[in-house]
Design a binder for this molecule. Structure first.
Ligand code: ADP
Length: 472
């Protein structure tokens, strides 16, 4: 984990790098382009100057100063001046390829038969810049009278020396680069700190929450995204609190429910023990009450266990294709003795043959709870009617009774754990308040739905909808 975290770059560093590169690259690139194009322009203009200078010299020589018989005087001053100004070497050859002037004085009198000289005597000027920056120009000198080529002017210049001029510019370029690098780095640091501060604040808040240092909500006045993160975190926090409250409430309810019958048993046994020569009937009465409380305690434990089992196996529904008509008939047959005992008629009506994918054990527990309630919260002579119907997607089971009904104010709570409409009323019926919560959990596990309608004194109808095909 530490390793993986180590390899990750922080948001702040990412912003810093982005700003730094975005700020520095254009400055460096612009500087480089400027220096290079200045250098190119310098070489180009020197090239043009030398070309025109060579042309001027060739014209001067052709216009009579270099006589066509090759004996005329040379414009030496002009040649030396041009060589001095442009820091170049100028050579003049006559029609017999002899060097009659070399500003360096090295080749005078020598015969030069070069590619450029031949090109010149063919009437074509020669121009070349070598890779090392050596410029070579050869311009033919045309005789004024004959018009034929009577000589040739060579100019050789080292353009590389021009780079010395741009060298100082390059030094300044690097200096500007370093200064802008430092300035851009500073700006990038400030900006990355400012831009990443909402995230860092959020991390601090989460850290404080984690250590339970603060009970306040997350607040993020930064970006719309961090605002959303904060409100989502608040939602998660709220849900966690509600879950924690529910859990606490449940634990306190369980201990209360488990303690109540035991407290009652203790009161009953204590009062029996305190009395001497208790008549037999009183004994029987007390023992009956104790037996009732024991039954109640074991009913609570049983319901709690099935609830825990349900939660533990919530993802494991053992769904199999089931003939629902047969399934319900068997279930009602099993519950019939209870109904007979309570003097309640148990009726089954099926509108069609229905086959659905259900977990038979779990769904029979869910339906038993509801049917048993219909019998329990009823009076002799009453009925519980179970119907089965289906459409192309769902099976519908209704369980209707004409019992005591559920008071309106209690209706929204009846699926809550340990809820009983009226404590006294339920006590009389021996309920634990867990049955409907378990039934609802099982129906939801089948991806189904459960609803009810009830009127006090009239009766209650539960409608359960289960998909015919179970999709986990
Ligand atoms: P209990 O074990 O108390 O029956 P349930 O969770 O099954 O617990 O039901 C919750 C409460 O809803 C019951 O205590 C009862 O007051 C009310 N109730 C449930 N079903 C019916 C019904 N068919 N008729 C009247 N009241 C009902």
């Amino acid at each position: 984990m530490a390793n993986r975290r180590g390899r990750r770059i922080s948001f702040r560093a990412a912003i810093f790098i982005a700003f730094f590169l975005c700020g520095l690259i254009p400055v460096l690139a612009a500087g480089r382009v400027l220096v290079n194009s200045y250098e190119e322009k310098l070489i180009e203009s020197r090239n043009i100057e030398l070309m025109s200078e060579a042309q001027v010299l060739a014209n001067t020589l052709g216009s009579g100063m270099l006589l066509e018989d090759g004996k005329g005087g040379l414009p030496n001053d002009e040649i030396d001046r041009a060589a001095g100004i442009y820091n170049c070497r100028i050579l003049v050859i006559d029609r017999s390829f002899r060097v009659i002037r070399d500003t360096l004085g090295l080749d005078e009198g020598k015969i030069v038969v070069s590619e450029s000289a031949i090109s010149c005597f063919n009437g074509t000027a020669f121009h070349e810049i070598s890779e090392e920056g050596l410029l070579r120009i050869a311009i033919p000198v045309n005789g004024r009278e004959t018009g034929s080529v009577i000589g040739c002017v060579f100019i050789r210049a080292d353009l590389g020396s021009l780079q010395a001029i741009t060298a100082s510019m390059r030094t300044r370029y690097w200096l500007v680069g370093v200064i802008s690098g430092v300035a851009v780095a500073l700006a990038a640091f400030v900006l990355s700190t400012v831009f990443s501060s909402p995230l860092r604040r959020l991390i601090r808040q989460i850290g404080a929450k984690d250590k339970k240092e603060t009970g306040t909500a997350f607040s993020m006045k930064g970006y719309s995204e961090t605002d959303r993160i904060a409100s989502m975190l608040n939602e998660i926090d709220r849900n966690a609190r509600t879950e924690e409250d529910d859990r606490r409430q449940f634990v306190s309810n369980v201990s209360h429910e488990l303690k109540t019958p035991i407290a009652a048993i203790r009161v009953l046994t204590d009062s029996l023990l305190e009395q001497e020569d208790v008549p037999n009937e009183v004994y029987r009465d007390f023992i009956q009450d104790i037996s009732y409380e024991v039954e109640r305690e074991s009913a609570i434990i049983e319901d709690l266990l099935s609830m825990v089992r349900l939660e533990n196996s919530s993802s494991m529904l053992n769904a199999e294709r089931t003939d629902m008509n047969e399934f319900l008939e068997t279930l009602l047959k099993r519950l019939n003795p209870l109904a007979v005992k309570a003097g309640v008629e148990l009726i089954f009506e099926s509108f069609r043959q229905v086959s659905a994918e259900i977990d038979q054990v779990k769904l029979s527990q869910a339906l038993s709870n509801i049917i048993e309630n219909g019998i329990k919260y009823n009076s002799p002579g009453g009925f519980v009617r179970v119907t089965l119907n289906a459409d192309h997607r769902f099976a519908y089971i209704t369980i209707a009774d004409n019992g005591i009904g559920i008071p309106e104010e209690a209706q929204k709570h009846i699926f809550e754990r340990f809820f009983r409409a009226e404590q006294s009323r339920s006590r009389e019926f021996g309920g634990t308040g867990l049955g409907l919560s378990i039934s609802q959990g099982i129906v939801f596990l089948h991806n189904g739905d459960i609803k009810f309608e009830s009127e006090e004194g009239e009766g209650t109808t539960f409608t359960i909808r289960i998909p015919l095909i179970y999709i986990p």
